[in-house]
Design a protein around this ligand. Structure first.
Ligand SMILES: Cc1ncc(COP(=O)(O)O)c(C=O)c1O
Length: 437
């Protein structure tokens, strides 16, 4: 476990007395006890005054860094004008127009508060549109925690054959009935999708995927895979849903669909959409959103289009789009620089690691080649990655315990230099990262 100072320990003990598990979201428990006081730009400080270069970025949203001035002033200005209206407000068209302008599939948009909630409503849209119930999803892709899709996101070990994984509930407390409507397939194998749709298309409402998987490590889709899925789903009248909660406004301004040039029927957006504010959206073609647009399918939410959040969305998206997407270009360039530097250090120092991914979203894997699907990932050395990661945090560099790093528009060349110096220092601790067979 990475080291923490006495004030963090003391504060965490007090938090744990009243906040269940001592954390606001369960995965944060991996870093407990670790209590932060504030963040600005690419850096955060803990209660003991230690500074960290932050590549965790709130699990992804903070692509403009911590407390970006444009967002803070937009929120402060709106706070004085009202927090919630339960009626139309001008920020609704301003925010929706920005999404429609940037995201290729977006002709109509609906806003929600979290990615999980938006995924759930996107599935409902697909079912209402097609009159079918089943959803095809891929093993090791994560689509949030709502029951109807929280299956086989990280099953921990292989269940069932490689070509036909058995659906596995992700947490206790999920009724077995959630398994009935989910078909789990391996990622990056178009033949399996083709065969499944040939047999079962009349039952299938949607194929949902992370178009550039992130949650179990960055694994690019094979050449032609996404366009193949597009052709197959179109042919069988099945909706194609890109879960762009991570890739949206990050891989490109228009997300993975712009990056790969493949346009889905529906996209789920969150994280970078609000650059740290609690907001998500489904965006889709007019045809895919018709059931919502004409009122056939009601979608409800007390806090939807909350003006405080929408003020932030408008400011965030305009900032990201400014100067021909300069912020996004920067975080790609700085991410590539860091990733290439880490790979150089791993090679030169004969460390059992390699990176996979691209630009602002990449992963340090405990293997010699980056994996291409979840089952390959399971065979990598996660324990060694975790030891590397904890030693990096001790040296002021913070990223996810499974080796995932995000970069932001606020990261600098100095951050990269300091990170690479820390990595070389950690790697020089001979033997610490021996691959566990
Ligand atoms: C691809 C993907 N979909 C959905 C979600 C769920 O989003 P939220 O945590 O906002 O509910 C996440 C969260 O990390 C995600 O990475």
């Amino acid at each position: 476990m990475a080291r923490v100072g006495p004030r963090s320990v003391e504060a965490f003990a007090r938090i744990s007395k009243t906040l269940a598990q001592g954390v606001g979201s369960s995965p944060r428990a991996h870093d407990s006890p670790f209590v932060l006081s504030h963040g600005k730009g690419s850096r955060v400080q803990d209660l003991d005054g230690r500074e960290y270069i932050d590549y965790l970025l709130g699990f992804g949203p903070l692509i403009l860094g911590h407390a970006p001035d444009v967002l803070v002033s937009a929120i402060v200005e709106q706070a004085d004008k009202g927090l919630l209206f339960a009626a139309g407000c001008e920020l609704e068209y301003l925010a929706a127009e920005e999404v429609v302008r940037l995201v290729p599939c977006a002709e109509k948009v609906r806003f929600f508060c979290s990615g999980s909630e938006a995924v759930h409503d996107a599935l409902r849209v697909a079912r209402a549109t097609t009159g079918r119930d089943r959803i095809i999803r891929f093993e090791g892709h994560f689509h949030g925690t709502v029951a109807d899709i929280y299956v086989s996101s990280y099953p921990g070990r292989p269940y069932g054959p490689d070509a036909a994984p058995s659906p596995k509930r992700d947490v206790i407390g999920q009724p077995p009935s959630v398994l009935e409507d989910i078909i789990v397939l391996p990622f990056n194998d178009l033949g399996v999708v083709e065969a499944t749709l040939r047999e079962r298309a009349s039952e299938v409402a949607a194929v949902i995927l992370e178009p550039y998987p992130w949650n179990n490590g960055s694994m690019p889709p094979r050449e032609g895979y996404l366009s193949g899925l597009r052709d197959l789903t179109r042919k069988h009248g099945v909706l194609l849903i890109f879960d762009e909660v991570v890739t949206g406004f990050r891989l490109a301004l228009g997300g993975a669909q712009e990056f790969f040039g493949v346009v889905p029927d529906l996209a789920v957006l969150a994280k970078a959409l609000g650059c740290g504010l609690p907001v998500s959206a489904i965006a889709g073609t007019q045809a895919a959103m018709q059931v919502v647009d004409d009122g056939t399918l009601p979608l409800l939410g007390t806090y939807n289009t909350n003006p405080l959040v929408l003020a932030g969305v408008v400011a965030a998206l305009r900032e990201l789009a400014r100067d021909d997407g300069a912020a996004i270009k920067h975080m790609h360039a700085i991410g590539d620089q860091l990733r290439v530097g880490l790979d150089e250090a791993f090679r030169e120092m004969d460390a059992p690691f390699v990176t996979g991914g691209c630009g602002p979203m990449f992963t340090v894997f405990g293997s010699t080649e980056p994996p291409t699907c979840y089952r390959e990932r399971l065979r990598t050395d996660l324990a060694a990655v975790r030891r590397f990661r904890d030693s990096m945090r001790d040296r002021g560099v913070w990223f996810q315990i499974d080796g995932k790093l995000f970069t932001s528009a606020a990261h600098t060349e100095t951050d990269v230099e300091q990170t690479l110096a820390a990595a070389r220092e950690v790697l020089s601790l001979q033997g610490d990262f021996a691959v566990v067979q």
